[in-house]
Ligand binder design. Structure first.
Ligand SMILES: [Zn+2]
Length: 84
C-alpha cells in the first residue's frame, strides 16, 4: 500500500480530514501508525485540535486558510534532532 509510509507532509495534509472523520479506515491506520513514531506530527495534531476546539463551531473551511497556514509555519519551524 502506498499509504504505508506516509511522509510528514502528507500526514499534515490529512490531519484535518482525520479530525473530521473523513478518512477511510486504511488511511486512518496508516496515519495513526505514522503518529505512533513521529512526535512532530503528534504535536501538530494537538495544536490543530486546540485550534479547532477554540474555534468553536466554525466550519472547517473557515479555519483552514489562516489558522492552518499559521500551524504549518509552526510545524515547519519544528526541527526533530535526528537529521542534520
Ligand atoms: Zn510525521
Amino acid at each position: 500500500m502506498t499509504t504505508e509510509h506516509l511522509s510528514c507532509q502528507v500526514v499534515v495534509e490529512l490531519l484535518t480530514d482525520y479530525l473530521d472523520g473523513a478518512l477511510d479506515a486504511d488511511t486512518v491506520a496508516a496515519l495513526e501508525a505514522h503518529l505512533a513514531t513521529c512526535p512532530a506530527c503528534v504535536l501538530y495534531l494537538e495544536q490543530l485540535r486546540t485550534v479547532i476546539e477554540s474555534a468553536g463551531r466554525l466550519p472547517p473551511d473557515t479555519l483552514s486558510e489562516a489558522a492552518l497556514a499559521e500551524l504549518e509555519a509552526a510545524f515547519r519551524g519544528y526541527r526533530p534532532p535526528a537529521t542534520q
